[in-house]
Ligand binder design. Structure first.
Ligand SMILES: [Zn+2]
Length: 269
């Protein structure tokens, strides 16, 4: 029931202000043990603001959006030794989504605000290096794109600016790993952020160099690419356009588009 500690190097590509009509585009592959059960994206019965696929072992997710216009996505950071008994990274992502604003991540971690702030209670500050295994977590909305890295020793929070940000279980940056370099190279040819166009970043095998492939096939079936998701914010930040594909990236096209419309500034302030 515990997670394996082999690298399951998911891929997360964040394209901020790269395409004129789409201020934020996120494309991701989930590499995981194919036996680990998960559900395709849905509005969650127990958290109906969230639209996301779901890990059915621990109840969290690796990528999700909410109806306030926030997206969050994570990869494990596998350069950190895996420890048993840590809190669920997928649940941490849900806590970030419930926060409802990407620029509040720092305050949440510091214990200044609760993720259900209307109750006015505050919680203990998070201690990510102690409480969680290694992770890279992106939380973004129309105002801000926050990157949180827990490398096992410290927690680093930075704001991602305009451009392409390639994130995997090995780190962050255009050339931090062979796969990242390959994606960076392929990005130059992406003219439009359609699912077919973006799939050139998620669905390739880099013949003879499995370490550079985005679509992962493990001969032992221990971890492989088991699903992909694309999320695009439209120009005026009125909705997220999403696509999901269950199965390896090379198994076929994405499912039909599903739009998550944002609430009109309904709540207070
Ligand atoms: Zn494949």
């Amino acid at each position: 029931m515990h997670l394996h500690n082999e690298a399951n190097m998911c891929t997360l590509i964040v394209l901020k202000d790269v395409f004129e009509k789409y201020p934020l585009v996120v494309a991701s592959n989930r590499d995981e043990n194919p036996k680990r059960p998960s559900a395709p994206p849905l509005f969650w019965f127990d958290d109906p603001e969230i639209y996301a696929p779901r890990d059915l072992v621990r109840g969290g997710t690796w990528i999700g959006v909410n109806r306030q216009g926030v997206i969050a996505a994570l990869t494990n950071l596998d350069t950190v030794a895996h420890r048993r008994g840590c809190k669920s990274r997928g649940q941490l992502l849900v806590e970030m989504l419930d926060l409802g604003a990407a620029d509040q991540v720092d305050r949440l971690l510091a214990g200044d605000i609760d993720n259900v702030g209307e109750f006015g209670s505050t919680r203990e500050p998070y201690n990510l290096p102690v409480e969680y295994n290694g992770l890279n977590l992106v939380v973004a909305d129309s105002e801000c794109c926050t990157l949180l890295v827990n490398d096992g020793n410290s927690t680093k929070i930075t704001r991602l600016g305009s451009g392409a940000h390639i994130i995997t279980g090995y780190g962050v940056g255009p050339d931090h790993a062979p796969r990242a370099s390959e994606i960076t190279r392929r990005l130059r040819d992406i003219k439009d952020p359609s699912p077919e166009g973006l799939d050139k970043l998620l669905n390739f095998h880099a013949d003879g160099r499995p370490e550079a492939a985005a679509c992962v096939h493990d001969p032992n079936e221990y971890h492989k690419t088991i699903s992909s998701m694309i999320v695009r914010a439209d120009r005026n930040w009125t909705r997220f356009e999403t696509w999901f594909r269950a199965g390896p990236a090379c198994s076929g096209p994405f499912d039909e588009r599903f739009d998550v419309e944002f609430r009109k500034n309904g709540s207070e302030s």
